[in-house]
Design a protein around this ligand. Structure first.
Ligand code: ADP
Ligand code: ZN
Ligand code: ZN
Length: 740
């Protein structure tokens, strides 16, 4: 006998309250987790959802009632969300309850919060005269606020103290001067108030018009597709999103726009507010749970047409969804880091299918996955190759660090970079120094010839561990670090260690009196510090901004004319099949930071691998050719998107038990599918082998069919659940963003 766990009330508080029903013989095999069923309940017939199946009755089997039957799903609404959760559970691995919790809006106690708004009080002339005064006195914070007030009549208080970095004291002093007034309301209904149609529509460029026209015509013809827009920064992608959204609204449809949290700037939001007024809303991390909940309610009741937010905004309960737009679709943050580890792009594809909606993706550096699908003809590709705002791409030079060492330069700054930095200091222009630390996991390289020590079995780099050991985190291979380089015999074979703080110190040594700002994990630990540092840099409070990948995202500093990338290789050596892609994206973005204003820009990329295609193509800003070489590498290594990869992670408080379980699972995989073609690798200790005293082991399965990996996952889930483990935990990650 099979028993089904059924929930009758789909709300987060009631999810754990399931009731067991017997599955009649005629429905066995047909009834799947996530199905919609009719059940007898307290003398009535109710609709419920199946969240689990088992062979064991939880109570006296004589008291268990039978399911009446499987119901057809209703279009829209709850049924679709449960179907989406079932799909997530199946394709990424989790319980149905975990999947439902991901998809359903969280109900938190809603407390009214006080919301303050800064309202312009003085006339234009008065503001301009105050602005002149603050400029003379070099009161930069005041200046920023006055400039903002000249543009906007009403500005949220948090935005002024946060993004603008203006202190409460400064606000009060401007209030006393009669420039502004602080308004308080206890309503959280709408985070920002704007009138719709405040801004007229721009005339689209011919290319923009063609793209918007094609997508909307397809929609009207009943075609639902996935589109990929590859457009360089400043080519007018956001304008295209706006018009697509408008087209949907005109058709009585709703729109979800996903934007990475970090790019969710007030400037972008303003463009939407001005067109859609209070019919648009935003979900981001600065909203309280109550405010978030409220936005979701507004979506449910049809008060809003467009929602903007990060990954989780995908689950906004619209009843008439027409389009999902994903900006910067290549961003890693679209993949969830907790179980179920779903990818927002793929999940959006499923959601669009369930709702009869279209999916529109945009990026300046599309993910290899999306571009591959476009090349296969699964996605429809559009290109925009011109910058609408003018401004030339930076002149980029690649500096070979091996040559620097040969010439006796042991400094972290190449001679060329030093020369250009000195020049910018003299001219009073600004520079940015970018330390590429992404994916950095202690890889070992030769400083004389640039050789990176790799695993003989995997073509990924080895990571340095204590005691001079080097480990491959993919297959588990271990070897001793050599005393000399196997290629050139040099003794400079070292793990890479460099931090932003060291760079700042070295920079001050090389250029006494230089004014620096630093942006990394340490300096951005407190709320708003991120905006404050950027604000100070924009105000010219420093000559150089030093930072990790945080500084390369979407900020325009017109006075920045030089970008230096200190170690382009760090991300190449991360021992990861996405290293080339990530490096290309970061370098392209970094180089794109220079010369945004009227002054021409230059960029210097320092590297031990000047001939690596990711470095060369990024310097040329040539995505096409980068892609061609990257996909070849993926084909050779059978990596995603050409084939698929399932990472199985075992967490255990006991190292030996964790290792043993990982081995058991690995054997299980090999034994259970003798006829299928796949490769099982590992197990090995994970890249970060222990966190909070929990040990991690990982094994990989590679296969050309995603569906086979899903079956392997199902099998392992079953095995693990039979073992009834209490101190171990197993997680699945399909096509992971990094080797774990
Ligand atoms: P992207 O999102 O690709 O970076 P944006 O949509 O932000 O590009 O456009 C870049 C700049 O060009 C913005 O300042 C925008 O206002 C301007 N812009 C976009 N479309 C047009 C247009 N059709 N006519 C004039 N300016 C435009
Ligand atoms: Zn060497
Ligand atoms: Zn290996």
């Amino acid at each position: 006998m099979t028993y089904a766990d059924v929930i009758v009330d789909i709300s987060v508080e009631k999810l754990d309250k399931s009731f067991q029903y017997a599955v009649p013989k005629r429905l066995e095999g047909e009834l799947k987790i996530g199905a919609c069923v009719q059940i007898p309940f307290g003398g009535r017939k109710l609709k419920g959802y199946c969240v689990g199946l088992s062979e064991k009755p939880k109570i006296d089997p004589a008291k268990i009632k039978e399911i009446d039957g499987i119901l057809q799903r209703d279009a829209g609404g709850e049924d679709v969300r449960v179907a989406l959760a079932a799909w997530i559970r199946e394709n990424y691995g989790s319980t149905m309850i975990q999947a439902l919790k991901t998809v359903l809006p969280l109900r938190k106690s809603v407390k009214k919060v006080e919301r303050r708004t800064i309202v312009r009080k003085a006339g234009r002339e008065e503001l301009i005269s105050l602005l002149g005064e603050s400029q003379r006195k070099k009161q930069v914070a005041k200046e920023r606020l006055l400039k903002a007030l000249l543009e906007e009549e009403r500005i949220p208080y948090e935005w002024v103290t946060g993004k603008l970095g203006v202190s409460a004291q400064t606000i009060v002093s401007l209030e006393h001067a009669g420039a502004l007034q602080i308004e308080s309301t206890s309503s959280y209904r709408n985070p920002v108030k704007f009138q719709s149609g405040e801004e007229g529509w721009r005339d689209l460029s011919p290319r923009q018009r063609e793209i918007v026209g094609t997508v909307l015509e397809d929609f009207d013809a009943g075609m639902r597709e996935t589109y990929l827009l590859h457009g360089i920064t400043g080519s007018g992608k956001t304008e295209v999103y706006l018009r697509l959204a408008e087209g949907m609204v005109q058709r009585g449809k709703q729109v979800i726009l996903l934007i990475p949290e970090i790019a969710l700037t007030y400037q972008t939001l303003l463009r939407f507010y001005r067109h859609f007024g209070d019919r648009v809303s935003v979900l981001n991390s600065s909203l309280s749970p109550g405010e978030k909940y409220d936005q979701i309610q507004r979506a449910k009741t049809g008060e809003i047409d467009v929602i903007i937010g990060p990954r989780s905004a995908l689950f906004t309960p619209f009843s008439n969804l027409g389009m999902i737009i994903i900006d910067e679709e290549h961003e890693n943050s679209y993949k969830s880091e907790s179980t179920p580890k779903y990818h927002a792009r793929e999940t959006a594809e499923k959601l669009a299918e369930l709702n009869g909606a279209s999916l529109f993706l945009g990026s300046a550096t599309p993910s290899v996955e999306s571009y591959y699908r476009a090349m296969e003809g699964k996605y429809r590709l559009f290109r925009m190759t011109d910058r609408l705002t003018g401004g030339e791409l930076a002149k980029t030079e690649i500096v070979d660090l091996r040559e620097e060492l040969k010439a006796g330069n042991r400094s972290i700054f190449s001679r060329r970079l030093q020369e250009l930095l000195a020049d910018r200091l003299e001219k009073g222009q600004q520079s940015m120094l970018f330390l590429n630390r992404r994916g950095y996991s202690g890889f070992v390289s030769c400083r004389s010839c640039g050789l990176i020590l790799k695993c003989p079995h995997c073509d990924v780099s080895l990571s340095e561990h204590r005691g001079g050991k080097m480990i491959c985190h993919y297959c588990g291979y271990v070897t001793q670090k050599p005393a000399a380089c196997p290629t050139c015999g040099s003794r400079y074979v070292l793990g890479f260690k460099a931090g932003t703080q060291q760079i700042e110190e070295k920079l001050r040594e090389a250029f006494p009196g230089i004014r620096t700002l630093r942006m990394d994990k340490d300096t951005t630990a407190t709320k708003d510090s991120y905006e404050k540092i950027l604000g100070a840099f924009a105000d010219g409070e420093a000559d150089v901004l030093i930072g990790t990948q945080m500084i390369v995202k979407g900020h325009d500093f017109p006075n920045v004319t030089l970008v230096g990338v200190l170690a382009a290789d760090l991300s190449l050596g991360s021992g990861d099949y996405r290293a080339g892609e990530r490096t290309f994206q970061l370098l392209t973005q970094a180089v794109g930071r220079a010369g945004r204003g009227t002054l021409p820009g230059a960029a210097v990329i320092q590297t031990y691998q000047p001939e690596h295609y990711a470095v060369v193509r990024a310097a040329e800003q040539d995505y096409e050719n980068f892609y061609q070489e990257e996909i070849l590498y993926r084909e050779l290594g059978s990596y995603p998107p050409v084939e698929h990869l399932l990472a199985i992670q075992v967490f255990s408080v006991d190292e030996k038990r964790g290792e043993a379980l990982a081995k058991v699972l690995s054997e299980q995989v090999k034994r259970s599918f003798p006829k299928e073609r796949f490769a099982a690798l590992g197990p090995s200790p994970a890249g970060i082998g222990r966190v909070n005293d929990v040990y991690r082991h990982v094994l990989y399965v590679k296969a050309s069919k995603y569906e086979l990996l899903v079956r392997i996952k199902d099998k392992l889930e079953e095995t693990v659940s039979e073992m009834q483990l209490s101190r171990e935990n197993v997680q699945f990650d399909f096509d992971p963003m990094n080797f774990l």
